[in-house]
Design a binder for this molecule. Structure first.
Ligand code: PLP
Length: 477
């Protein structure tokens, strides 16, 4: 029996902790497109970790760059000092970005990138003499991380309702999901995009003075809230409206960056360039926490030319901004993207991925399938009174069958490493089909989660034994 750590002290994020600890799912190793669990299951990674391991797991190039850096310069003060790798990482990222987004501010996560982007937008208007432009617009179902700015402009009530009022001066536009009209569309929904985007203009002109809006932030493709795709023409029209009213457009590309849609960024896919772009995840292949905000040069230059000489132009940053280890990982990841042509690989696989995803059309419980590039969302018919239960059962069944999938609410989201092979793509979707077919056949029984992952339950029992022994030892001492 593998040894199980003491599960008491670690409070897991976005996890049903009590449920998890009764059925722990722990990974001990990873290589390429696979994880190994502590009970020696091999899991095909259908989720690239959390959308971040685009280049496959445990890349030697990243490991050696990071380990070399750790032995050479472990840390340099981020304020008033820096180190050469920070500039190299920024230059490489600027070259990877859509044209014009070539000034880079580093952070440590997607959430920090979002809050940094919002602050840059607000500060930009102030530094250019428009301090009354201080409202922010987000979108329903938007996920922009978990910090106060991101939660405020985000559009998921479950993520904000426990945490007070958030930022003032925030409004939201409608999300574009319309299953009634677009179910089982392959790729982008065809129509309604311009009309939907026009609602943004209508909203800011009737409810606000557009001259008070600092920025609109959207994920080009809404990932975390269930793979919601923009209809054709929608993002282009948002760009036009922002231009018309002097509003900055922020694309949150934490998920869509680094080849996920078959282009470097979603901005490239849609041919729409934002003023500010946030990213993280694939930036270091998930190996080291890092995020970045890319801004148009004239936005950056406005800070430089309008701030007093020797003044700090942007009073913002983190102890670990451009951490040497993260920069080493980002540079090595960039090299992998270029030498292995990972973005082209993603584009080349997208067709096969789409066919495989839509092979689930007709499988029991499947209500909608949405896909773009190397992302697919499979929306399930919910069980009355138990939102997300079927998707969780599917997750557990797939886990038992050796495939790691992800779900939010009743949507299964698939986003494998871009190094995945066609037969592995087929395996992911056939595993989901098998899981859903058996869940439909089993009915309520399938939602009795104590039936799953028997081995882990044995470890939990083992864990309890350890704790009991510790208590006994503690009492004896
Ligand atoms: C679009 C988007 N923005 C921000 C974030 C937050 O990133 P992090 O979890 O690294 O803070 C995520 C995470 O999934 C995301 O999908």
């Amino acid at each position: 029996m593998p040894s199980l750590p003491n599960l008491d002290h670690y409070w897991l994020p976005f996890t049903a902790n009590r449920q998890f600890k009764s059925m722990p799912r722990l990974f001990k190793a990873a290589k390429g497109n696979y994880y190994t669990t502590i009970d020696d299951r091999t899991l095909l990674d259908g989720t690239a970790g959390l959308w971040c391991v685009a280049g496959g797991h445990c890349r030697e190039e990243i490991a050696s760059a990071v380990s070399h850096q750790l032995r050479t310069l472990d840390y340099a003060p981020a304020f008033q000092n820096s180190h050469p790798l920070a500039f190299e990482a920024a230059e490489r990222l600027a070259q990877f970005m859509p044209n014009g987004l070539d000034r880079i501010f580093f952070t440590n996560s997607g959430s920090e990138s979002v809050d940094t982007a919002l602050k840059i937008a607000l500060a930009y208007h102030r530094v250019t003499g428009n301090p009354l432009r201080n409202k922010l617009i987000g979108r329903e179902r938007g996920y922009h991380g978990v910090n106060f700015g991101g939660v405020s402009v985000g559009g998921i009530a479950g993520n904000s309702k426990s945490f007070g009022n958030g930022l003032a001066g925030v409004d939201h536009i409608r999300h574009p999901l319309d299953i009634g009209r677009n179910a089982f569309t392959r790729g982008l929904p065809g129509d309604g995009g311009v009309e939907l985007a026009n609602e943004f203009e209508q909203r800011i002109t009737t409810l606000h003075d557009p001259a008070t809006i600092a920025a609109l932030i959207v994920e080009p493709m809404q990932g975390s809230a269930g793979v919601v795709l923009p209809p054709q023409g929608y993002l282009k029209r948002l760009r036009e409206i922002c231009d018309k009213y002097g509003i900055l457009l922020i694309f949150d590309e934490v998920i869509t960056g680094f080849g996920r849609l078959g282009t470097r960024f979603a901005s490239d896919y849609f041919g729409v360039v934002p003023d500010i772009l946030t990213c993280a995840k694939g930036l270091t292949n998930g190996a080291v926490p890092m995020g970045a905000v890319a801004v148009k040069r004239d936005i950056h230059d406005a800070f430089m030319s309008n701030s007093p000489a020797n003044a700090i132009e942007l009073p913002h940053g983190y102890t670990y901004t451009a951490h040497p280890i993260a920069c080493a990982a980002a540079i090595a990841t960039n090299e992998i993207f270029i030498t292995e042509k990972l973005v082209d690989r993603s584009a080349g696989l997208s067709n096969h991925f789409e066919q495989a995803a839509h092979s689930l059309n007709g499988v029991p419980l499947v209500r909608d399938i949405r896909n773009i590039g190397m992302v697919a969302g499979i929306e399930l018919e919910p069980t009355p009174g138990k939102p997300g239960a079927r998707a969780f059962a599917a997750y557990l069944k797939c886990y038992e069958m050796g495939v790691l999938i992800r779900y939010t609410g009743d949507v299964i989201a698939i986003s494998p490493p871009l190094t995945i092979e066609k037969n592995e793509i087929d395996r992911i979707f056939s595993c989901i089909a098998e899981a859903l077919t058996s869940i439909a056949a089993e009915g309520d029984q399938a939602l009795d989660f104590t039936r799953y992952l028997k081995n882990e339950q044995q470890w939990a029992a083992h864990q309890q034994e350890i704790q009991q022994q510790q208590r006994i030892l503690g009492n004896a001492a």
